[in-house]
Each structure stands twice: as C-alpha cells, then as structure tokens.
Design a binder for this molecule. Structure first.
Ligand code: ADP
Length: 443
C-alpha cells in the first residue's frame, strides 16, 4: 500500500512539475523575446538618431561586440555596412523577412535559430528617413536553450519533491494503517480500538471468522481428547482380557468368555473408528457429496428391514408409513441418517414398545419422522444429544453398541442438506425426531 501511494504521489508530482515547467518556460520565453526585441528597438532608436545627426556608420566600427551586429542596407537589399563582416562579401538581404517588413511598414523583426544549439538570433530592422534600412541583430537564448537551462533545476526539484513525497507518504500510510494494525493486534476484543467507520462491516466479518476459527479449534481439541478416551476404554479391556488368557490365569470356560469380551470391544472399536472417519469426512472443506434423486420411502423400508432382527431382540415393533418422497440428496448419507434415527429409537425403547417411521411429502418438502415409545430424553439433555460423544445413559449406550456419535452424524447430514432437524421428547413417554428436506437441492 505504501509503495502504491508513493508511486501515485511521485507520478502526480512529476506530472504537475513538468506541466508547470513547460508552461513557465513558454511564458518566460515570450517575455524574454519581447525584452530582447525591445532592447534592439531602443538601440535602433539611438543609432537612428546618431546617423541622422550625421554621425556616419563608421561610428559603429568600434562596437565589435559580436552579441550586437549592426548592418546598414540599401533599399534593394545591398549591404552598405556591417560592423562584424565585410559588407562587400555579404549577399543581398532583400529577401530577409525583417528587411521586407521594414521597407513595407517602416520596421520589422524576426527570430532565426543559430547554428549554435540552444541559441537564436533576434533581428530588428527599421527604415531610415534616407530610405536605407538599419538592421540590428543579437544572439540570445532560444526556447530550447532556455528549457535546457531549467533542466538541472527540474531534476533538483524532482529529487526534492520525491524526498518530501517519501516522508509525507510514510507518515500518511503509517497514520492510515495504525488503526488497522491495532485491530489485528486485538482480534479477540476490537471494541476498545479506534477505527474507521468504513471498516465496520469488514471488522464484523473478521471477528465472526476469528470466533469461528477459535470455536472450531476448541472443538477439535475437545474431540481429539474425547476420541483418545473413547478408544482407550475398549483397548484397555482387550489388553486386560488378552493378558489374562496369555498368562494362563483363565480357565477354559473363562477364556471363552474373555474372548467374547475381546470380540465385543474390538467391534466397539471398529464402530467407533467408522463413525469418527465418517464425521471427519463430512467435516472436510469439500466433502464428496453426490446428489441424486433418492426415494426416502424406499430407504426407510430397507433400513427397517435391516433393523428387524435387533427390534425383535428388544421386543420392539416397527411400523412404516411411507409415501413416495423423492429428494435430491446423497444416497449414502440418507441411509446413514435414517439408520441412526431408527437404531436409536429401537435401542432406547422399552420392551413391548414401538417405532413408527413416517415419510411423506409436505408441500414442496419431504419429511422423515421417527417416533418411538421409548425412555425419552429430559429437556436438559435434549440440548446436548447432538453433540459428539454426549450420552444420556452411558451404560445403555455402550451395552447396545452406541458410539455417542450417531446423532452428531445425523445433525451433520441434515446441515449439509439444508434440512430442518426437530427433536421432541418426553421422559418416559417417547421421542420424535423429524428431518425436513427440500425436494430440490439448494446450491
Ligand atoms: P449413541 O451411539 O450413544 O446412541 P447418539 O449420538 O446416537 O449416541 O445419541 C446420543 C444420546 O442421545 C444417546 O446416548 C442417548 O442417550 C440419547 N438418545 C438418542 N436417541 C434417543 C431416543 N430415541 N430415545 C432416547 N434417548 C435417545
């Protein structure tokens, strides 16, 4: 930013300076030219008076200053006298512009570039009373000469201005950037920091993102700690039982039982790892979600079929009330969502209870509703059940193969599909969870 402003300042100053120099040089040259011509005119008046007083042109012979050249001409342009060159050798001057106008109007002037670079010759001619013409010539600076002489001054001025620019821009950008720098140093609490009102939307956005980053970092730390803890429990049990068998401390009967425990813990580990992998896949910035037309009625029917055995074991009856309900969704995620909800409805049910799954279109949406007559969730726990690893009844969850991640996955899938997720539950009465999808996917 500093570099940009500096470049901008230098360009503006350079352009302004060049324009000023060009304009001033032109103006100065005009004045200078007038001045030289006026001087020549004064000389001419004096010399004319001298000649008329009978001084004779020889009087100019001593004026050998080559800056001022005095020439006397006849009406036909023939040179009668010249104080610098030999008059005899000089060509006819009748065609010279100043001579032509002197004969026509009584006086005339002209400026012609000399061979010397940066100099011009200024001519002034006046017709005398005897019909001759007196011409005076003087060499002086031309426009380019005048301009060339100002170049060192321009360079000096440019250098000076650039120095000033540098100091001003540095001070200016430091002052401009100070509030922004202070804001970045106080990302946690920007309220006390002086800032520009124009920055407010930007600040709000940054603060929001900052908070999100902090929150997600905290969640990650917490999640990692929970994962380690969750993995440790079945592994400790596996290791313990295996050690007992290895040391020959278990009877054959016990060894069989311990192997069963090892098997159970290993399965628990596998389920945990599966769920953790699923969550982290869904957490990825670009999860590979494949949207297609999915009939949720069919998905629900398949899921209930899969769960029939475990429902039977728990003494729970399953009911399905499904109407054609096609949505744009990721098929695997839909299967996981409906499975997790139905699985919970069976596992947290009571013997002789029931689970009712309803799938139906509601206007331009599709609703999936899983209702059970189970143990229910207290109002306080309802706030937390969608958190990772949150379990109300830990032993029941573990006993029935829960990982504490099922509802977290459900929430994630609903979020990814912009679906509304609603939980209603009463302790001892039952739980209803409904998810409402748009039929066509929102981009
Ligand atoms: P889990 O694998 O332990 O079942 P979930 O994330 O699926 O984990 O559910 C979180 C917790 O919410 C469960 O441990 C359970 O206590 C409670 N829960 C979930 N579904 C139900 C339900 N249908 N009825 C009663 N409690 C439930």
């Amino acid at each position: 930013m500093k570099k940009k402003i500096l470049q901008y300042f230098i360009c503006v100053v350079a352009a302004a300076l060049t324009a000023a120099v060009v304009l001033l040089s032109g103006l100065m040259y005009g004045l200078f030219k007038n001045r030289v011509m006026e001087d020549l005119q004064t000389y001419a008046d004096i010399f004319e008076a001298v000649l008329e007083a009978g001084g004779g042109e020889k009087i100019f012979a001593d004026m050998t200053d080559d800056e001022l050249r005095i020439t006397l001409l006849r009406a036909d342009g023939y040179v009668l006298y010249d104080n610098v060159a030999d008059a005899e050798q000089m060509e006819n001057h009748a065609e010279r512009p100043e001579i032509v106008s002197a004969f026509e109007c009584g006086k005339g002037g002209d400026v012609r570039n000399s061979h010397t670079i940066g100099r011009s010759t200024y001519y002034y001619a006046v017709r005398l009373k005897d019909g001759h013409v007196l011409r005076l010539a003087k060499r002086a600076s031309s426009l380019s000469g005048l301009f060339a002489r100002t170049i060192p001054l321009i360079v000096l001025l440019m250098g000076l201005m650039m120095g000033i620019c540098f100091v001003v821009v540095k001070g200016l950008t430091d002052r401009l950037l100070k509030p922004i720098r202070q804001l970045t140093e106080h990302l946690d609490d920007m309220s006390g920091v002086k800032h520009y009102p124009e920055l407010e939307p930007f600040m709000d956005m940054i603060q929001e993102q900052h908070e999100e980053i902090l929150q997600s970092a905290n969640m990650r730390v917490e999640f990692t700690a929970n994962v380690s803890h969750e993995l440790k429990t079945p592994l400790t049990s596996i290791s313990g039982y295996a050690e007992l068998i290895e040391n020959g401390m278990a009877t054959q009967e016990q060894a069989k039982k311990f192997a069963g425990e090892i098997h159970k813990s290993a399965n628990r580990l596998l389920r945990l790892i599966d769920d953790i992998i699923r969550l982290s896949q869904m957490d990825a910035p670009m999860p590979d979600m494949v949207l297609e037309s999915v009939d949720l009625a069919k998905v629900a029917a398949n899921t209930l079929e899969q769960l029939q055995m475990s429902a039977h074991k728990m003494g729970v009856t399953l009911q399905l009330d499904a109407h054609d309900a096609v949505v744009d969704a990721d098929r695997r995620m839909m299967e996981e969502l409906i499975y997790n909800l139905c699985d919970n409805a069976i596992r947290y049910n009571v013997h002789g209870g029931s689970v009712r799954v309803e799938v139906r279109p509601v206007r331009d949406k599709v609703m999936v509703c899983v209702q059970d007559t189970g143990i229910g969730i207290s109002a306080e726990d309802q706030k937390h059940v969608f958190e990772r690893f949150y379990r109300v009844d830990k032993s029941r969850s573990k006993e029935t193969g829960g990982t504490g991640l099922g509802l977290a996955i459900v929430k994630h899938i609903a979020f990814k599909h912009h679906a509304a997720l609603v939980l209603e539950s009463r302790l001892g009465v039952g739980t209803t969870i409904s998810v409402t999808f748009d039929k066509t996917a929102k981009s």
